[in-house]
Design a protein around this ligand. Structure first.
Ligand code: ATP
Ligand code: MG
Length: 274
């Protein structure tokens, strides 16, 4: 009998039926599960992904105009930075290694691995994934006992002296709240991607993209390519990008995101309200 379970009791990507109504979502989930078995993702990463999925339902699993605006400002902030770093954790590596490497190459932002749980072999597994995806310079690979982010107790306080430590702008997708707070206290501009507009990270960041990282990073790459072309043609375009960032109001962005959720839910309520 044909089975879709491997001898180790695992389902494989190719076993997901193409005509399944939620095939895309299942494939994304499978990448996280594969990441767990490859020592890239940790168990808590599965829970974080599930929370993200729940919020994705609430925004209709699509990129709305509000998120699109945040994406543009986030890319503008990367180009406006003197020293931008993209922080990579296990879920980010499992979900979009190629796209994140592409974004780093287009914008010049450096890639740094930064993990909550430093299980043996995990940094090596993540850096291999990034290298296979085309990265040639990855920071955060060796421990930096002397280079720390203050007011942070987890392993993530150890950062690369050539990366997050001296960065003025840090993209921290799928992040935990206390790290965002600590990075802010060090005076850094923090950009995040977080489907939950109520998380501490979403609330604390300077620019919060309330959308699924799977959809966000490819869009950021497209916009970054466009901005780069404009910058190559016209140096004054940098000023326009800086102004976009200065004008940005993240509180309004978060209110809009919550309004979108509320409106979406109301549109689904079918009982007669009168
Ligand atoms: P906080 O500590 O910021 O209050 P949290 O403890 O709820 O948040 P964590 O597990 O620390 O959350 O971080 C994961 C965050 O990433 C969650 O807010 C989750 O909604 C979000 N998330 C998970 N998967 C995705 C995804 N694919 N795209 C965007 N956001 C995601
Ligand atoms: Mg948290």
């Amino acid at each position: 009998m044909k089975t879709n379970i491997t001898e180790k009791g695992r389902i494989k990507m190719e076993h997901i039926p193409k005509n399944h109504p939620r095939a895309d979502s299942l494939r994304t989930r499978q990448r996280i599960i594969d990441g767990l078995h490859e020592n890239i993702v940790i168990e808590a990463g599965l829970i974080a992904h599930g929370r993200g999925e729940a919020f994705d339902y609430l925004i209709g699993e699509r990129t709305n105009d509000n998120a699109m605006h945040a994406i543009e400002v986030a890319v503008a902030a990367l180009f406006s930075a003197k020293h931008a770093v993209i922080s990579v954790n296990g879920n980010v590596a499992a979900l979009c290694a190629e796209e994140i490497v592409r974004l780093s190459k287009i914008t010049g932002a450096l890639l740094e691995i930064n993990l909550f749980y430093g299980k043996p072999g995990r940094i090596e597994a993540i850096s291999k994934t990034l290298r296979d995806a085309g990265a040639d310079n990855i920071l955060g690979i060796i421990p930096f006992e002397s280079s720390v982010i203050h007011n942070l107790s987890s392993n993530r306080r150890f950062v690369d002296p050539k990366g997050i430590k001296i960065a003025d702008t840090v993209l921290v997708p799928l992040e935990d709240g206390d790290r965002t707070e600590a990075l802010k206290e060090e005076g850094k501009r923090v950009i995040t991607i977080d489907l939950n507009p109520l998380s501490r990270t979403a609330q604390q960041a300077d620019i919060t993209i309330v959308d699924n990282i799977i959809r966000v990073i490819p869009r950021m790459c497209e916009i970054a390519k466009d901005y780069k072309q404009q910058l190559d043609k016209n140096k004054l375009f940098r000023k326009e990008l800086q102004e976009k960032v200065i004008k940005w109001d993240n509180a309004v962005n978060l209110s809009n995101a919550m309004m979108i959720i509320s409106t979406y839910l109301e549109s689904k309520v079918s009982f007669n309200k009168n």
